[in-house]
Design a protein around this ligand. Structure first.
Ligand SMILES: [Zn+2]
Length: 423
């Protein structure tokens, strides 16, 4: 009875999510098309029509491709759950391994292999057809597969031990397993923040200390003005994979580093780079990063508590097309984990506008910080160049943007910065 109700609820949320996503995408495409023929007035002197139209075409192509992958992912989700894919897989593996930890780890591994294999052609197409067509792909096919192999090895080296610990806790730590798992998970996240910049990212890219002396002096001056200490300024060879440019922070505490993509350095003037960095430093000084981490920890505690409850409810499995081979004490914890990870996004999608709103608020604050410590006009000209180079549309549909965008639309951001510059 409960399981049927849960199936119906699950299907209703899938349909609702699909409808909202299709509606937003079609609005977005129509809006971008309607503004394709002319560069918006405030950008008319800075961005050529051809670049504006390329951004429109790129945006539309990506939005359409997003709908295709959405359809496929939804079919895969239903296939694994209601159509019995996960049930079938678990029976096959169980018959090979028998009950126990090996069964559970093998089930997680098999699921990862299958979903990775489904994603592969779509990732390949995105990189070598879509990105290629707009001149953004700089990757060879060899590099694509080398990245993939490294990703798989990392997944095994990091994911398998973590899964083992979590399954062990689920099985033998009693009713509060989810709380202990949360502690382990949080510690793991913090560890990754240290390991990512120092160990993992260098497996994929080369990081060289920033050599340009005058730029270095300029940046060090900025860091001193705003009171920021860093372990170093690095340039990353982002151009090896993509023409998209960026700058970011990584690590925390004493291990903080600032990373510039070589593509960004090649394109921006020194004062523009300083302004972009001031924006990034704003995120740090205004505690946006700490707040984001605290939020992530709070959410994962809530979700793990929920999983702690769901794991003991038969309707959670039955309602999602799974009939656990529950042998007392030998657990179906891997199944509970997989089901939870599969269906959670279906139920949280409609909260997207809230996280986007929070993120855009932080972006405005970081822009204001940059305007205070550098010349706002430099950030404006840097943004215009970055929008043009990344073929980001200047005319998104307002609702689509409110729903998904972590950054405010270019025109709104630039209007605010111009006000700051005039003040
Ligand atoms: Zn930002």
């Amino acid at each position: 009875m409960y399981s049927l109700a849960f199936s119906i609820l699950f299907v209703s949320f899938i349909i609702l999510t699909l409808l909202v996503r299709f509606w937003l995408a079609s609005r977005h495409i129509r809006h971008v098309l309607a503004h394709r023929s002319a560069v918006p007035a405030e950008f008319a002197e800075k961005i050529p029509l051809a670049a504006h139209q390329k951004a429109a075409d790129y945006t539309i192509a990506r939005t359409k491709y997003g709908l295709l992958t959405l359809m496929v992912n939804t079919l895969v989700l239903i296939g694994f759950t209601l159509l019995g894919g996960l049930q079938w897989l678990s029976v096959q593996i169980f018959s090979l391994t028998g009950p126990g930890m090996v069964y559970q780890l093998a089930l997680l591994a098999a699921f990862s292999v299958i979903s990775g294999a489904i994603d592969l052609p779509f990732d390949f197409y995105r990189q070598f057809s879509l990105e290629q067509r707009f001149g953004f792909n700089k990757m060879s096919k060899g590099l694509f597969f080398a990245d993939m192999a490294k990703g798989v090895l990392l997944g095994v080296a990091i994911g398998l031990p973590l899964a083992w610990v979590v399954l062990k806790l689920m099985n033998s730590a009693g009713d509060l397993w989810w709380l202990y798992t949360w502690i382990v998970w949080s510690a793991f996240q913090l560890l990754m923040m240290v390991l990512f910049p120092t160990v993992i990212a260098p497996l994929f890219n080369k990081f060289t200390p920033l050599e340009d002396q005058s730029l270095k002096t300029r940046i060090e001056g900025l860091m001193q003005r705003v009171g920021f200490a860093s372990k170093g300024l690095f340039v990353m060879d982002g151009s090896k994979r993509s023409a998209h440019g960026n700058a970011y922070f990584s690590g925390f505490g004493a291990a903080k580093r600032i990373v510039f993509f070589d593509t960004l350095l090649a394109r921006l003037q020194p004062q523009e780079i300083e302004a972009v960095l001031a924006h990034e430093l704003g995120h740090f000084k205004l505690k946006h990063i700490v707040k984001r981490i605290a939020m992530m920890f709070a959410l994962s505690l809530g979700f793990l508590a929920l999983l702690g409850y769901l794991k003991t409810q038969p309707w959670f499995y039955d309602g999602l097309g799974v009939n656990p081979l529950a042998l007392p004490g030998q657990g179906n914890d891997a199944l509970a984990l997989l089901l939870f990870m599969l269906v959670l996004p279906v139920f949280t999608f409609l909260f997207n506008p809230l996280t986007s709103l929070g993120s855009r608020k932080h972006e405005f604050e970081a822009d204001a910080f940059a305007a205070k410590h550098t010349d706002a006009r430099d950030l404006v000209s840097a943004l215009v160049k970055m929008y043009e180079d990344n073929a980001s549309t200047l005319t998104p549909d307002p609702l689509h943007s409110a729903f998904y965008d972590s950054h405010p639309p270019a025109s709104v951001r630039i209007r605010q910065l111009n006000l700051a510059a005039a003040a």
